[in-house]
Design a protein around this ligand. Sequence first.
Ligand code: NAP
Length: 292
Amino acid sequence: MDIGFIGLGSMGQAMALNALKAGHTVRVWNRSRDATKQLAEQGATVVDTAAEAFVGEAVFSMLADDAALRAVLIDGGVLQQAQKGVIHVNMATISIALCDELVALHQQHGVAYVAAPVLGRPDVAAAAKLNIVAAGDDEAINRVQPVFDAIGQKTWRVGSKPQHANVFKLAANFMLAAAIETTSEAASLMSGYDIDPHAFLDVITNTLFPGPVYQGYGRMIADHRYEPALFKAKLGLKDVRLALAAAETVNVALPVASVVRDNLIEVLAHGDGDKDFAVLGRVAARRAGRAV
Ligand code: NAP
């Protein structure tokens, strides 16, 4: 396919590279040009503006958050200039409110809109093993499926309304946040009794809670290792806030999310926002009187 790719951060960089390796023609744009270097070396065309990426069959975006999408797409007037008929696939984790606003704006400018947030961290993206949660017009998703196949292991179609993909993603990250929090608190409890958290996590991840979340984050928490950040705590806070907002809109309470939000605010207050989400382990340890 002939595609554009906007947003070459930890995730977008790996995804665009895999699309390129699979033989797609990729036009890339990033706010800081440095991030385009490796892709250019691999054969991507670097463009100077986001609008120039909005041509061809489809454009994929992997920007940080609502503010970034608003700055690039809406304030930057990109949609007004977009080639008619191009499909925009937004893979970032954003709010339900912005998703609905984007659906209306894309319709107005003749651009198809697919929401396709992903499950998996940058290492998973690099291995082209992402799980893609997609929603939107079926025909548009069919057309971009070859690129999904190049960057992910499976595409889960969850509805024709784009917002449904975002609700899935927010609910998934809420569960992820809760798992990291409970793992942190349990590890702290172990340390209180002079039990090595590694030994505890070894038992737990081989019995009650197997799987990548408890194993991966559990190891980081037990090691007190919060760098390099595969999923920054500040992005985790963004997602927990988005889940709370989505829930409040439909009068659903998420009390556990409120606790994790407060703990992540404490993470930021201690200057740890750029550390990995696992840094919730440090909050639990600090509260138990152990500085780590
Ligand atoms: P990241 O490394 O922080 O990259 C963010 C990207 O957004 C960069 O390309 C950055 O450009 C761009 N950006 C930020 N603010 C901007 C602005 N105002 N105008 C233009 N560009 C702007 O983030 P990431 O980890 O790749 O995450 C991207 C998305 O994927 C997020 O929505 C995140 O929640 C989601 N996600 C992340 C993970 C994960 O584990 N990391 C997993 C699944 C989903 P610059 O390079 O110029 O700063």
